[in-house]
Ligand binder design. Structure first.
Ligand SMILES: [Zn+2]
Length: 220
């Protein structure tokens, strides 16, 4: 078994984000290189950007709020956008919105500018035709939210250790936004980078399926 090299590799500096385009069948690996760092993920259909990643639909169909390996992340039109193919952590959040300038005013009492996932997503996705108001609830990779029986939420340090990752297969052509989260509480009060890699096929796939993925991505 030979590892296929990534098509694209980026290290997101702390409290930043990026935008990407992925084709169906390509894989996105989000790695926490230092540990205890959240990464917000959002996506839109490349074909029609009014189709977006839906927390509500996904939780409906998975029947759990804790999405992990094997789960499908759905769009607002109930079409699969992603499948979680590998997950070395097993705890992510899909309840909470990306941290935003208002988050820091309302929850943290910030007065000046504070970097945020929302701003980083909005800035990076704007050139790809996504308006700020179109950004939905993000899939918050490595974010560790406990839910008490009363319904009260507690944001805990991420369970991710250095090198932990989640691998997602794109199930349609996608416009994608990814961040290294800017919120103190979500990241155990220190901001770290996030590694983002795009692969033509599953990085550990055998030669035959890798060839198919490369052929598919070359056929566009
Ligand atoms: Zn954030």
């Amino acid at each position: 078994m030979t590892a296929s090299p990534p098509l694209e590799t980026r290290r997101l500096a702390p409290q930043t984000g990026c935008a990407l385009v992925l084709r169906a069948g390509q894989h996105l690996r989000i790695t926490d290189p230092l540990g205890e760092q959240v990464s917000d993920l959002v996506s839109f259909s490349l074909e029609d950007r009014a189709e977006w990643l839906s927390s509500g639909r996904t939780i409906d169909y998975a029947n759990t709020i804790y999405l992990t390996k094997g789960h499908v992340l759905y769009s607002n039109r109930s079409r699969p956008m992603w499948t979680i193919v590998e997950d070395t952590v097993g705890r992510h959040d899909f309840l909470l919105t990306p941290c935003s300038p208002e988050t820091f005013k309302l929850i943290y009492g910030a007065t000046g500018h504070h970097p945020s996932c929302f701003e980083n997503l909005a800035t990076n996705l704007a050139p790809l035709g996504i308006a700020p108001d179109a950004i939905p609830t993000t899939f918050n990779v490595f974010m560790n939210v406990d839910v008490a029986p009363s319904g009260e939420l507690a944001i805990r340090p991420p369970r991710s250790r250095p090198g932990d990752y989640a691998l997602f297969r794109a199930e349609m052509d996608l416009v994608v936004g990814v961040t290294a989260c800017s919120a103190e509480m979500s990241n155990n009060w220190s901001f770290k980078p996030i590694d983002v890699e795009v692969f033509a096929g599953a990085p550990s796939a055998d030669a035959a399926s890798r060839g198919e993925a490369l052929a598919a991505s070359g056929a566009e």
